[in-house]
Design a protein around this ligand. Structure first.
Ligand SMILES: C[S@@+](CC[C@H](N)C(=O)[O-])C[C@H]1O[C@@H](n2cnc3c(N)ncnc32)[C@H](O)[C@@H]1O
Length: 325
């Protein structure tokens, strides 16, 4: 499985881009972009080279970690999946392409598309020195138009992108992305109730036209969670010095909350219960919230069931295979 921190080549490329850029200017730009996001705006606020770099320094480590965790979960369920080509929709600085390149050595062709010129320019610059990514094909354009012209790919990914597409357009975009998916479509979103809502609705839309869920759900049925609960996961990632400076943060790590769904054309052979929150371990029992093919289960594994208890102590939020490993 792939580590959640940025690959060495990408870190070096980001550091090189940072040479000669004022950290204060980058931090100011990152703060203003974050404010725009908090106020419900999107990446349209990213216009200049410094904006694009500030966005990448502040957010790329976290979105990379979330995509990597989602790809790790997918690989665990479909270990023989070996995509040759990738389509990265709303690719921004190329985060998901970098994560997919690390996860799948089989990938040979990377097609990216995005409406934002500054992020596209940065992505091309970051990829220029990479052995795997230097020949990426990165189209600038509005997603629906650019998708219509794109070749189908074994793996299609939209990472932290759907949130920026209006409600009215989302269904059509989802349909188009699925039409371009030969094998697997992965959607990653912020781990908020709103992100979950978007994932659930596109999951439902695509199951209705024949898609199957590979992860995180162990079934293609209705999600058993109900408001105010929502399905999400968390990934811890290290913060580099530049990352801390741009975010004006002290802690050497951050925890990224994310949601995802991986949908496949073929039914998935074996799916088992997924751990939906960090289990509570006491000396008496392990209590774990599990999504199972039969619905939501709060599993209690008593200490006296020695072997089961020892196994349950190792369960982590997001793991698959609980209740049977
Ligand atoms: C939050 S960024 C995520 C970038 C990247 N996928 C990542 O995970 O770091 C969202 C990206 O989606 C792009 N985007 C949003 N709506 C779009 C649209 N309708 N057509 C093309 N790109 C779009 C934005 O330009 C931006 O680069």
């Amino acid at each position: 499985m792939t580590a959640p921190d940025l690959p060495t080549e990408l870190k070096a490329a980001l550091d090189a881009r940072l040479q000669g850029v004022s950290r204060n200017e980058a931090a100011g730009s990152a703060a203003s972009i974050s404010r725009t996001y908090r106020d419900g705006g999107g990446s349209a606020a990213i216009r200049s080279e410094t904006d694009a770099l500030a966005y990448a320094l502040a957010r790329m480590p976290a979105t990379y970690a979330a995509v990597t965790a989602s790809l790790n979960a997918l690989r665990q369920i479909t270990p023989h999946f070996a995509p040759q080509n990738l389509l990265d929709v709303g690719a921004g600085p190329g985060t998901a392409s970098w994560a997919a390149a690390e996860a799948f050595s089989s990938l040979q062709h990377f097609a990216l598309l995005d409406a934002n010129s500054a992020l596209r320019a940065l992505a091309l610059d970051l990829a220029a020195g990479s052995s795997r990514l230097r020949d990426i094909d990165y189209r600038r354009g509005e997603a629906r138009a650019a998708l219509a012209d794109a070749d189908p790919a074994d793996l299609v990914v939209a990472s932290y992108m759907i949130a920026e597409v209006g409600d009215a357009e989302r269904g059509a975009l989802t349909g188009l992305m699925w039409a371009k998916t030969r094998d697997t479509l992965l959607i990653v979103e912020p781990g908020t109730p709103a992100g979950y809502g978007r994932i659930i609705s596109l999951r439902e839309q695509l199951i209705a036209v024949g898609a199957h869920v590979a992860a995180p759900c162990p079934h293609d049925g209705q999600c058993p969670l109900s408001t105010p609960d929502w399905c999400h996961f968390t990934q811890r990632l290290p913060r580099s010095r530049a990352h801390k400076q741009v975010k004006e943060a002290e802690l050497p790590f951050e925890d990224e909350k994310f949601g995802y769904v991986a949908l496949t054309r073929a039914p998935v052979a074996a799916r088992s219960a997924r751990v939906l929150a960090q289990p509570v371990v006491t000396k008496i029992e392990v209590t774990a919230k599990l999504c199972t093919p039969e619905g939501l289960v709060i599993a209690k594994v008593p200490r006296r069931a020695k072997a089961d208890y020892a196994r349950a102590r190792r369960w982590r939020w997001g793991d698959a295979g609980a209740a049977e490993d």
